[in-house]
Design a protein around this ligand. Structure first.
Ligand code: CNA
Length: 360
């Protein structure tokens, strides 16, 4: 994490420490679940919109467009079978939010996510506003009859076995299409979202609440409205913090002097916040309970070994002279080679240790 982001994370932690009675309102999006293996929408190269070509859509958002779904439900089935809850474990950031609940420091979580990982982390439903609904229940798009989770899930299983079959979930009453109760473009957000936000706003407008409610926005591009307007509506008296890979929304357009911007991976920020607040042991215990500590250690080891391998990289020229190159020189060297401007054509990259690195 860059030094400035580390300092900003510590600044947020300091604010929380100096106001021990304060509680956090989290506003989160798909970015807090990418480390769980669920792609977000908009990250370049890895986001769902980048990878939707196989669904043959007229435009990327069509997969969540209610009118498109009525005519062509199969692309949504295809996506749902990839995203369906149960396949994923919470991230470190989810578990940090759980710790805020356990420490009586959680006020609310407004989540745009449909993956139900807040609930899976053990956060009580009364704290969580699933602004865009979730896979937890299903609804008939014609008569609004609600169905239990299994109705859609069973059809999805049939679909996975035979994607060509026209086996769609249909309403027993009216034969309308049944879909998970997630909010598509063109549908209203749940009433609970507006009711809770009105009440939270009222509380923030009360005198003396300035340091008592702290807003933390994380892992969202803040492009989907009305959700994206929440940070805009936070009274100027209150602190807002953004934990995201990029600066987005109102933090970019109307930045406030008191904003705390943490440009980083949400799990890295979660780790630092836990350390600063003295919650590391509890966070590790939770990670162990969910079986994610081992995965993190394994990935860290793998990264360390790759990084060490890269440090050992050398360039052998046509005379057989070996020169150790740092990564920057190497990048320059390979880009020159790919531009055809490298005089030492025929050079190849080897790993000193085992000489087994593939040539480029
Ligand atoms: P988005 O528009 O894809 O934006 C994600 C944001 O998170 C981007 O700004 C990324 O740079 C950032 N980001 C990605 N990974 C990380 C990370 N590890 N740490 C920090 N930042 C990161 O997604 P939004 O949530 O803003 O858009 C709202 C849509 C996405 C909602 O309607 C959701 O239903 C929908 N969605 C949800 C999920 C899910 O439930 N996990 C997955 C994909 C899309």
């Amino acid at each position: 994490m860059p030094k400035s982001s580390e300092e900003a994370t510590k600044k947020l932690a300091k604010l929380l420490i100096e106001n021990p009675k304060s509680k956090v309102i989290f506003m989160v999006g798909a970015g807090i679940s990418t480390s769980c293996g669920i792609p977000d929408f908009r990250s370049p190269n890895t986001g769902l919109y980048h990878n939707l070509s196989k669904l043959n859509l007229p435009y990327a958002e069509a997969v969540f467009d209610i009118d498109f779904f009525k005519e062509t439900p199969k692309p949504f089935y295809m996506l749902a079978s990839e995203l369906y809850p149960g396949k994923f474990k919470p991230s470190k950031f989810h578990l940090l939010m759980k710790l805020f609940q356990d420490k009586n420091r959680l006020h609310r979580i407004y989540s745009q996510n449909i993956d139900t990982l807040e609930r899976e982390s053990g956060i009580c439903p009364e704290y969580v506003i699933e602004a865009h609904g979730s896979f937890a229940e299903n609804i008939c798009i014609e008569c609004n009859r609600l169905y239990k989770r299994d109705v859609f899930k069973n059809k999805l299983k049939e679909y996975e076995k035979n994607p060509k079959d026209e086996n769609l979930a249909r309403c027993e009453e009216c034969d309308g299409l049944v879909k998970p109760n997630i909010v598509f473009f063109g549908e209203d957000l749940p009433r609970r979202f507006f009711e809770n936000w009105d009440s939270d706003l009222e509380e923030m407008e009360e005198e003396g609440s300035k340091e008592q409610l702290i807003v933390v926005v994380a892992g969202t591009s803040l492009t989907v409205y009305p959700f994206a307007s929440l940070p805009i509506e936070v009274p100027k008296t209150h602190h807002r913090s953004l934990i995201n890979r990029e600066i987005v929304g109102d933090f970019l357009q109307e930045p406030r002097k008191s904003d705390i911007i943490i440009k980083s991976h949400s799990d890295e920020a979660a780790q630092i916040i836990a350390e600063e607040l003295g919650w590391t042991t509890e966070l590790d215990t939770l990670m162990e309970e969910f079986g994610i500590l081992e995965t993190v250690v394994a990935v860290k080891d793998e990264l360390e070994s790759i990084s060490k391998g890269l440090n050992d990289l050398t360039i052998k020229d046509e005379n057989g002279t070996i020169t150790k190159k740092n990564n920057q020189e190497l990048r320059k060297c390979t880009s020159e080679a790919s531009n055809g401007s490298d005089k030492s054509n025929g050079d190849h990259i080897t790993n000193v240790k085992d000489e087994a690195m593939p040539t480029k």
